[in-house]
Design a binder for this molecule. Sequence first.
Ligand code: ZN
Ligand code: ZN
Length: 80
Amino acid sequence: MCEICYRSPCDPRCPNAPQPEAVFVCKSCGEDIVEGEDYYELDGEHYHEECFKDEAVSILEDKYGAEKGVAEVEAYFDDE
Ligand SMILES: [Zn+2]
Ligand SMILES: [Zn+2]
């Protein structure tokens, strides 16, 4: 049993706990995406779930041409 957290295996917050294994590298923040973490994959790139949510709009704008507009009464939508 661990002498710091008194658990076996260690509590994940314990300094003696083994570091979880990095599985992917986040395209957004460059940090490891480790075993057990939620992630998103897009076009072969991996993102932390949080990073993906933060980046989703800019990803859609950059990769897929999403455009933000301000709705106006006279707005005329000819494509889409
Ligand atoms: Zn421990
Ligand atoms: Zn990230």
